[in-house]
Design a protein around this ligand. Sequence first.
Ligand SMILES: Cc1cc2nc3c(=O)[nH]c(=O)nc-3n(C[C@H](O)[C@H](O)[C@H](O)COP(=O)(O)OP(=O)(O)OC[C@H]3O[C@@H](n4cnc5c(N)ncnc54)[C@H](O)[C@@H]3O)c2cc1C
Length: 399
Amino acid sequence: MTASRTDARPAAALGTLLETDEQRALRAAVAALGKRYGRAYFTDVVREGGHTDALWADAAKAGYLGVNLPEEYGGGGAGITELSIVLEELGTAGCPLLMLIVSPAICGTVIARFGTEEQRREWLPGLADGTRTMAFGITEPDAGSNSHRITTTARRDGADWLLTGRKVFVSGVDIADATLVVGRTEDARTGRLKPCLFVVPRDAPGFTRRMIDMELAAPEKQFELALDDVRLPSSALVGDEDAGLLQLFAGLNPERVMTAAFALGMARYAVDRAVEYATTRQVWKEPIGAHQAIAHPLAQAHIEIELARLMTRKAAQLYDAGDDAGAGEAANMAKYAAGEAAVRAVDQAVHTLGGNGLTREYGLASLVTAARVARIAPVSREMILNYVSHQSLGLPKSY
Ligand SMILES: Cc1cc2nc3c(=O)[nH]c(=O)nc-3n(C[C@H](O)[C@H](O)[C@H](O)COP(=O)(O)OP(=O)(O)OC[C@H]3O[C@@H](n4cnc5c(N)ncnc54)[C@H](O)[C@@H]3O)c2cc1C
């Protein structure tokens, strides 16, 4: 059997200049774990309607899930750089774990940075050791990409809060112990969003969910949520109700970096499979990979992936260094570049395999829709182009 590209370059490190010895070791170790499970494990779980609990538990045991969380709460004390390495390498092995974006990256970060001591002690050790999971809900049916229009509202009732609103496309609510819900307080119902975040336990009275029938082959399901006067103690509010966007973006920048890593893992998996196939599949005199019509688009996909990996690395590093503003621009660009690279890489990989590209055996066709997620969520391609037009280039706004 021909050695795969992943065998030849085990962990596809970014090089000694860009990655420390620890980061390269982490990459190699996660890649080895991912390989033990592989694409067949992931697609079997999806087919059986199950969850990736075994891989999740193994990743937790090795300290990968909470690698970004503070050591004093059971985490690894590293950053989003390391967590994005974990997600990218698991994706490269065929197991892109979407909940890594939500649970340790968004929710873990927000609680670690802005939660009370009590909230940190309650949530972080469980998020780190994999025994607890959190979902994150910001998207609303009538607001969509325009989060300034969200209307989920919290009003005070004595010492408690009553939370009412609708959310849509929220991932993993069924398996999450709680959802971190973005709302606004009653006195900030209109105008620029002044978000506040609440921890809503899965079984809180008045909190209901309906699974959305998605055309996605993924173990994580998406849900429409209804919150009808959900009563929450004052301790459910994470951070300060007046902290505003700063606190929200503390979670959203890691979300973009992690979505980039999610896309890059899938893209690398797809290109690896395509290269293996193109090296061995022969229908004329030479393997099909000798035809430039097959080779060049794969080379192009590889270049686009590597460029997106660099930008993802930049965004993660800026974030970990505490530069929230710099990380914002870079994280958006990284998510854009990785999402586009993944969509094109998967498309070309499927095409490279001809009919086999659409069989279950090769596990590639299901990535066609999965890769599209990275173009739409958590912020669409167009909204990133809007952001870059206005924030980076200073162009006027049309909306
Ligand atoms: C698999 C999956 C998982 C998800 N998980 C979560 C989750 O866990 N939590 C959560 O809160 N959300 C989640 N989302 C929601 C996701 O973040 C939204 O789908 C995304 O933000 C886009 O919102 P929308 O679907 O309402 O699209 P819309 O806002 O309706 O946009 C539709 C189209 O119009 C374009 N558009 C809109 N406004 C403009 C404009 N001003 N200029 C140019 N183009 C524009 C968009 O780019 C897009 O192509 C998930 C989505 C998916 C698909």
